[in-house]
Design a protein around this ligand. Structure first.
Ligand code: SF4
Ligand code: SF4
Length: 480
């Protein structure tokens, strides 16, 4: 027994030594997967194409429209004059630009509150140009599956030819878009003759290429990346939604459990919902998302998934509307279309509409009743108040008179505000159509007319050829 004990080895307990966990590299970078949107036909796709035509006819056509002797819409930055048909605006009319921006912002709030990202899905330039570029891509390279096959296949003469043709058309559209854009700032006729003589100025060249490149890059390559990562609107849009906002929605209650089945099969016997899991809604999505996963910030509300799902429902003989524009409340309460629409036009929408209409009306009234000329009064800093002959004090000013009409105008100048105040320079000023003229103006006051100091006076400018009077405030200095 003792020998046994002697032979028994002493067992020393080993405490496991903690080892460093194996370092694992977790990449936060996800490679971009190219999206091949499938073409789609349907109500919402038709609306998008209507918007493409309307916006592009206006954009490409407007710089070619003439108004009298000039371009109808021209933002002439060189002479700081903006022509919009019969309107001639000066930088002093900046208030109208502010009004326009307020109208744009309010319209965005209104449309978003009514139907989510309506602007994004139908009228945003990114959507419109992507639609045009996708159409070209489909025309040259075929629809989704043909494009995927070609991209995965080896380079062949046919592939090279089609890719070259596509890029050539894209570049042409981009450059023409850039050319049109510059045509809003430089008269189109002048640009055409510069083009014919290959005599483009450096700024025009830069902006044509810059805008053209931006169109080519954004609509040809960046596409959904712009909406997902660059557009700030995508980030704050959800703040403008509420439970009565129309958004593209998948009716999960009706669609689930999803699954493939034969056309003749009865889905209730198979315990299946209406979704046949064809994945077409994902294939047509320009941002590559699956609407069946619920509302996602990438969704631009284009309705392509609703269009394609309706065609699937038609084919399998189920009612349309598995994917549709609906509201959270309508889905919850199972409202009819009529009930849903009644709730869409809620007090918030009526308030937005009311404010919007009031601002539009105010701007219109102000635009059409404004005096058709402007005046800026600047004190001549080089000439301080001085004493002149016959016991009088004189101040010198510079008056800039801007004629905002399409014909030459004469204006009568006078001054008021202090007893005995008179204008001693030329009283009538002629200004050619849509031009501005700066005239030096001398104003004299008898010594007894006012105490030493600064006094408020007003210049009165009266149009002699058309109705309109302006009073411009200034100050008259009387030295000690
Ligand atoms: S298109 Fe309609 S039926 Fe097909 S997977 Fe999408 S939701 Fe389901
Ligand atoms: S989920 Fe539907 S509505 Fe949203 S972007 Fe994709 S296709 Fe358009």
């Amino acid at each position: 027994m003792n020998a046994e004990l002697k032979n028994e080895k002493k067992v020393i307990p080993i405490t496991p030594v903690p080892t460093e966990p194996e370092a694992q590299l977790v990449s936060l970078y996800a490679a971009h997967e190219k999206i091949y949107p499938r073409s789609v036909k349907g109500v919402f796709s038709n609306w998008r194409w209507i918007m493409v035509w309307v916006t592009q006819i206006i954009f490409y056509g407007l710089p070619w429209v003439e108004w009298g002797q000039r371009q109808a819409v021209l933002f002439d930055l060189g002479v700081r004059r903006f022509y919009i048909f019969g309107l001639v605006l000066y930088p002093q009319d900046f208030i109208y630009l502010t009004g326009l921006l307020i109208i744009a912002a309010l319209s965005l709030f209104l449309f978003t509150a009514v139907a989510g990202r309506l602007w994004c899905g139908y009228a945003c330039p990114q959507t419109v140009y992507t639609e045009i570029f996708l159409w070209v891509e489909k025309f040259v390279e075929g629809d989704r599956s043909a494009r995927i096959r070609r991209d995965e296949g080896p380079m062949t003469a046919e592939k090279l030819g089609r890719k070259t043709a596509k890029h050539l058309i894209w570049v042409l559209i981009g450059v023409w878009t850039g050319f049109t854009f510059v045509g809003y700032f430089t008269p189109m006729q002048a640009m055409m003759s510069q083009l014919a003589n290959l005599d483009f100025g450096p700024w025009e060249t830069f902006w044509v290429l810059f805008y053209g490149f931006a169109t080519y890059g954004n609509a040809g390559f960046m596409r959904e990346q712009v909406c997902k990562h660059m557009c700030p609107y995508a980030r704050f849009q959800s703040a403008m939604f509420d439970k009565d906002t129309l958004i593209v929605t998948y009716d999960a209650e009706r669609g689930e459990p999803r699954g493939a089945r034969s056309k003749k099969a009865d889905p209730t016997k198979l315990n299946l919902g209406a979704c046949v899991d064809c994945s077409l809604c994902v294939q047509v999505c320009p941002t590559g998302i699956d609407i069946r996963k619920g509302l996602q910030y990438e969704c631009i509300g284009c309705g392509a998934c609703a269009d394609v799902c309706d065609t699937v429902m038609d084919k399998v003989g189920y009612p349309r509307g598995l994917v549709k524009y609906s509201t959270e409340n309508a889905m919850l309460n199972k409202w009819t279309q009529k009930q849903t629409l009644r709730h869409v036009f809620r007090p918030r929408i009526l308030v937005y509409t009311g404010i919007l209409l009031t601002i539009v009306l105010a701007i219109m009234v102000s635009l059409f009743t404004r005096t058709p000329f402007k005046v800026d009064v600047v004190r001549d800093r080089g000439v301080m108040a001085r004493v002149v002959e016959a016991g009088k004090t004189e101040n010198v000013y510079r008056l800039q008179v801007m004629n905002a009409t399409e014909s030459g105008q004469r204006y009568r100048l006078s001054v008021e505000g202090l007893p005995g105040l008179v204008l001693t320079s030329e009283e009538t000023v002629s200004v050619p159509s849509t031009e501005a003229r700066t005239v030096p103006v001398r104003v004299q006051l008898p010594f007894e007319g006012a105490k030493p100091g600064s006094h408020e006076i007003h210049f009165k400018i009266e149009s002699l050829d058309s109705p309109g009077v302006l009073l411009e405030k200034s100050t008259f200095l009387v030295p000690e």
